[in-house]
Structures are given as structure tokens and as C-alpha cells.
Design a protein around this ligand. Structure first.
Ligand code: HSE
Length: 430
């Protein structure tokens, strides 16, 4: 029986310092939960000269990563240094050295998670990554354990705090996109390069991780259809509101007999859907399971202490396994072969906002294109605009396939220009 558990912490930035703080401040509780102390013994830092507001003995700081990964006295390596290649190599080396690994790195887990989990299985080590998706929300554990008995058919997530913050401020405070993004950056939600937030890559990475777990399949980043916030045009938020919807950047993942569909895009979400009430930088994941029905987890998706809470929970899980001698016993192999759904099988209602010449017969030309593609329309309306000689037409379809939607968009060329288009979600149970 071990008398203490030793940790090597790779990184002392926002998340790393939160981890150190929780491990120190909750040491008594951890000792009670585990029966032994959990101590940080070495910390990888980048800059030795930096002044740090953290009560750790600087003697344990090092800039030598090898000295941590090769230290046989360390039981658990906690990777919170960020980046992709260096972090991936560190995780691989730690696993090959027989260490348990905890990471908060969504980029590494989305792009290399499948191979790293296989390596962990092979080395009989734990690789935990709760903090990689939705910061403080225990969504990975919910999918792996809490809902293990169910068959999940769909999952929808607001998994990027920055875009949710921007959309909330634009809608509720009439703030401009630029000011809202600036504020999200100041508040520390946005990535170092915020284009990965606003273009949807950050959310896509998180949806890869969630979809792979929910459907026990190796979903890859290029399986995800991604549309960013630049698709949202002036006036769309108000129009959505008029029809009873809210524009949200949502990751959606669905599975049926035709395969899996994963998307990240701004959608028109019915105001009655629980995700429509998730505002500011908060994250939430809505899950539909065949047996459980609807569930939703809500909480902070970023920030030092919320993210560190998930990291420390993973440390506790790894410690429990260490004390029981059962690390690396969880099976990660995917159960199902990866079958991604073709566009002709992906069905939804759509909102189309078009600009046409304001002339006789234009409406019938438009609707005949929808008829040619067997797309039935729920409503058609003319939106009053000021532009001379032009008319703005709003069309809402009944359920059509994405293929029909794409074909219609392309056939509209010459008759109408597409101002914007959205998938509609959340009007009925999935
Ligand atoms: N930039 C991310 C977000 C941080 O806004 O959600 C958390 O992953």
C-alpha cells in the first residue's frame, strides 16, 4: 500500500495553477477520500524568472521535462501545458514509462485521442481527460459511467464559452460582435487565437471527443461539418427572435441506423429548448438517451478553478486505481465501426433568407425550385427592407435532407442571393 501519491505537473499556467491551488486547499478532504496524501513533487515551468502568486516551493520547479517524465518516483503526470506536438509526446513518454496521465488538452485528445487511449490500454495505464471538454462539467464521466447503461441517440452541446458569450451579448445587450469578442478575450475565455473559437474548430474538437464516447466509435475531426460565426448576418438574431428561435453555436451529434452525423454551426434553436436558456460563457450538454430520455448538464466551460476541478477529479480517479492496483483496466476500444451519415440521410427543417429582385413572378420562380427538389415549405414571407428594387424573402422548410438543402442553395443562383441559412433544431423531442 502506497503511503503517498506523487504528482508531476506539466505546466503552471491558468489551469496548472488552479490544480496546484485545489490540491493544496483541499488536501485534508483528499486525504480523507483516499487515505493518503497527494503531493505535487515536480512542476514544469517555462520561465524561471516569472513571479508566481502560488504557494509552491520553487525548489520543485524545473524547465527540464525529461527530469519529470523519467522520474520513477512520480506516479501521475498531469499535462496542462497546452499545445499539440509537445504535449502529445509528453503523454506518450509518460504512458510508456508506466505513469498514469491526466490531461486537460482538448486539441491533443481530439486529434490523437484514439491512438493515445490505445497506448494507455497497451501500457496498462490510466489516461483521463475530463477537463478537455466543457471545463467544470463532468461530461466525460457522465458518458462513460453515469449513462453507461443507456444507448445515446443524440447529443447537443454549447461547448464553446466564447461564442456563447458573444451571441448572448449581441442579443441581450445589443453589443457589436467585435466588442463582445474583445470582452471575451479580456475575460480569458477565448483561445490565444480566437479564430478557433469563432470559426468553430474549438467546439468541433470537443464534439469529436464527446461523439466518440457517446457512440463508442472513432469519430475524427474531419468528420465534423463546421460553419463558424461569420455565417451570421446583420438582422439574423432579430429574425430568429421573431420566429421563436435563438441563434446559438451548437455542436450536434446524432446516430441512427444510417450512421453518425456531427456538426458545429450557428443554428436556429427553438426558445423552448433547454439549451436556448444557456447564456454568457456557460456551457451545457443536452443528451437524449433511448431509456433515460432527456438530460442536460450545465456549468462553467472554462476558467482556472472550474477546469482544475475536473483535472483534480481525474487525479482522484487515478489515485483510487493506484491504491487498488487497477490502473489501465478500463477498455477504450471502440465498439462500432465508424459510419458517417451521408447528407441525404441528415434531416432537419431549414431557415433560408434570400435577396431577390422585387419583380413580378419572382416568388413563383423561387418556390418552383423548392418543389423541384421535393422540399415542402412551412412558411414564406416577405421581409420589408429599404434597398431599392430588392425584396428579402424568408422561407422555412419542413424537414428536408441536407442534400436537398445544398441542392436548393445551388439552384437558387441567378434568381436569388442567399443572405443566410440555418438549420432549425429543438422543436420536438429528438
Ligand atoms: N476558448 C474556449 C471556450 C475555452 O471559449 O470555451 C475552453 O475550452
Amino acid at each position: 500500500m502506497k503511503s503517498e501519491i506523487s504528482i508531476g505537473l506539466l505546466g503552471l499556467g491558468t489551469v496548472g495553477s488552479g490544480v496546484a491551488k485545489i490540491l493544496q486547499q483541499h488536501q485534508k478532504d483528499l486525504r480523507h477520500k483516499l487515505g493518503v496524501p497527494v503531493l505535487i513533487k515536480k512542476v514544469l515551468i517555462k520561465d524561471e524568472g516569472k513571479d508566481r502568486q502560488i504557494a509552491l516551493n520553487p525548489d520543485i520547479f524545473t524547465t527540464d521535462i525529461g527530469g519529470i517524465l523519467n522520474d520513477p518516483s512520480l506516479d501521475i503526470i498531469v499535462e496542462v501545458m497546452g499545445g499539440i506536438d509537445g504535449a502529445k509526446q509528453a503523454i506518450e513518454k509518460a504512458l510508456r514509462a508506466g505513469k498514469q496521465v491526466v490531461t486537460a488538452n482538448k486539441d491533443v485528445m481530439a486529434e490523437h485521442g484514439h491512438e493515445l487511449l490505445k497506448l494507455a490500454d497497451q501500457e496498462k495505464c490510466d489516461l483521463f481527460y475530463e477537463a478537455s471538454v466543457a471545463g467544470g462539467i463532468p461530461i466525460i464521466r457522465t458518458l462513460e459511467d453515469g449513462l453507461a447503461s443507456d444507448r445515446i441517440s443524440s447529443l447537443m452541446g454549447i461547448v464553446n464559452g466564447t461564442t456563447n458569450y458573444i451571441l448572448t451579448k449581441m442579443k441581450k445587450e445589443n453589443m457589436s460582435y467585435e466588442t463582445a469578442l474583445e470582452k471575451a478575450t479580456e475575460l480569458g475565455f477565448a483561445e490565444a487565437d480566437p479564430s478557433s473559437d469563432v470559426d468553430g474548430l474549438d467546439a468541433a474538437r470537443k464534439m469529436v471527443i464527446l461523439s466518440s464516447l457517446a457512440f463508442s466509435t472513432e469519430v475524427h475531426l474531419d468528420d465534423v461539418l463546421v460553419r463558424g460565426m461569420s455565417e451570421i448576418q446583420d438582422g439574423d438574431l432579430e429574425l430568429a427572435d421573431q420566429f421563436g428561435y435563438t441563434v446559438k453555436m451548437v455542436g450536434t451529434s446524432k446516430k441512427d441506423e444510417e450512421g453518425i452525423e456531427v456538426t458545429v454551426e450557428p443554428i436556429f434553436l427553438a426558445n423552448s429548448h433547454p439549451l436556448a436558456a444557456v447564456n454568457n460563457e456557460f456551457n451545457a450538454v443536452y443528451i437524449y438517451g433511448d431509456a433515460v430520455g432527456e438530460t442536460m448538464l450545465y456549468g462553467p466551460g472554462a476558467g482556472s478553478l472550474p477546469t482544475a476541478t475536473s483535472v483534480v477529479s481525474d487525479i482522484i480517479a487515478a489515485c483510487r486505481n493506484l491504491l487498488l492496483g487497477v490502473n489501465g483496466k478500463r477498455l477504450h476500444a471502440a465498439q462500432y465501426e465508424r459510419v458517417m451519415k451521408e447528407d441525404r440521410y441528415c434531416h432537419a427543417k431549414y431557415f433560408h433568407r434570400l435577396l431577390v429582385k422585387d419583380e413580378l413572378g419572382v416568388l413563383s420562380k423561387l418556390t418552383s425550385i423548392y418543389s423541384q427538389h421535393q422540399a415542402s415549405l412551412q412558411s414564406v414571407m416577405q421581409h420589408p427592407i429599404k434597398s431599392e428594387g430588392k425584396a428579402e424573402i424568408i422561407l422555412l422548410t419542413h424537414h428536408i435532407s441536407r442534400q436537398q438543402h445544398v441542392d436548393i442553395m445551388s439552384d437558387l443562383e441567378g434568381i436569388a442571393s442567399v443572405i443566410s441559412h440555418y438549420r432549425i433544431e429543438g422543436e420536438e423531442s429528438v
